[in-house]
Each structure stands twice: as C-alpha cells, then as structure tokens.
Design a protein around this ligand. Structure first.
Ligand SMILES: [Zn+2]
Length: 225
C-alpha cells in the first residue's frame, strides 16, 4: 500500500476521478480511474474496462495486460471501474459477461474492485458471493437512498459518494447515517465539484472535525486496498 498515514501530511483523498486536477498539490491525493486503452499520466490509479465502453478494447490478451499491470506497478491500487449499467445502449448479456470476466481476474489477483452500477443492484448482490477472494468491493458514485445503502453495506460493500447541497434527500441521508468506516468521497467526472468542498459538507453534516474526517478516509483507503 502506497498511502502512508502521516500526521504532517493528511491529504483530502479524491477516491475516484477521471481527471487529475491537483496533481501538484500535497493537500489533495487523487486516485485516477483509467479505462483500459486510455493513456493518462499515472499517479495512483485503478484500471479496468468501463461498462460505457461496451466491449471496446475488451479481449483475453487485454485482460492479461491488466493483470500484468497489477504485478508490475505498485501505483495500481485496484481493478475497475467495471460493472453494469442498465441505462446505456449496450447489450445486457454482453455487459454481464465482460463484468464477470473482470470479477474473475480480480478474484485471482485477490485485489480490491471499484464498481460502476446503475439499476443493477440485484444482479450485483447475487454475483458478489461467487468471488470470495476479491479483497474489498466499493460502489463508486453511489447516489441512491439510505435503505439500499444499508442492504449494500450489509453485503460488505463500501460506498464512494459525491454529495453536494443539491443532492437527493436519500443520498444526503446516506451521507449522514452510513458507517464512517465504509465511506469514500469522490468527484468522478464532475469537474465542477471540489473535493475539499465535499469533505467540508460531510464534516458539517456529520458534526465531525474536518481533520478527523480526513484521517478516517485515509484509514479506510489503507484498509480497502
Ligand atoms: Zn467513474
């Protein structure tokens, strides 16, 4: 694990972003989500085959290539994002097949996995027990209500969220009530969001000291990856 907990250095962690916006900053640590085939400057990152790419670049040799990255590069923290999205125009059977093959690889590598899930939570909950060696699972960009959140956390998932003042009441309730040791914060591809502002909102709403929140998320990261 690369992230060191050091009280001189307690960064905000942007757990899932598609664009480095603070690469030069000591105060913000960004974990870049790379869709296989993208050539991005690599800080800490996760890599996989995004469901939106709908099988583009997906092949056995490329699965091997991603597995090899895990062997070679300690900056690669986890597999993903990968997952299921019922709102995109991409054959559901094919999506599932691609997702399952990635779960299988992550299971063999015994690494952690970052999930993109839209309207496919039942399928996800059914799949999880089939891959017991995957270290930890997180659903990134979670934006639903607290009841589903509870079901997912009971099944062992972490949740990464990007709350702001105009988020749905359900997400805001999730943010206030979810166990703090399952929480990550992110900006994803929303360039108008500022990770520091997200932390401030969570700290205010949970009546938690900002530095304590930062330390907690760092701890969560260390446990997760
Ligand atoms: Zn993403």
């Amino acid at each position: 694990m690369v992230i060191e907990l050091n009280f001189e250095y307690t960064p905000f962690i942007d757990f899932h972003t598609h664009q480095l916006r603070h690469a030069e900053s000591d105060d913000i640590l960004e974990i870049l989500s790379i869709n296989f085939g993208e050539n991005k400057v690599k800080n800490l990152y996760t890599i996989g085959f995004h469901p939106w790419s709908c099988g583009e670049n997906f092949s056995e040799p490329n699965l091997d290539a991603v597995s090899q990255i895990f062997e070679d590069d300690e900056k690669c923290l986890g597999w993903g994002e990968c997952g299921l999205d019922k709102l995109i125009d991409c054959d559901a059977t094919n999506q599932l097949l691609i997702f399952e093959q990635q779960l299988d690889r992550a299971n063999r590598l015994e690494c952690s996995i970052v999930i993109h899930c839209v309207r496919a939570y039942d399928t996800l909950l059914k799949l999880k027990p089939n891959y017991p060696k995957i270290k930890n699972w997180v659903i990134h960009g979670y934006a639903r209500h607290e009841i589903l959140a509870k079901t997912l956390m009971n099944a062992g998932f972490y949740l990464s969220i990007a709350p702001h003042e105009k988020s749905s009441l359900g997400l805001l309730k999730t943010m206030r009530e979810m166990p703090i040791d399952r929480l990550f914060l992110e900006t994803d591809s929303a360039s108008w969001l500022d990770i520091r502002h997200i932390y401030e909102l969570v700290s205010k709403e949970r009546k938690m000291d900002l530095d304590d929140l930062k330390r907690q998320v760092i701890e969560n990261c260390k446990n997760f990856f």
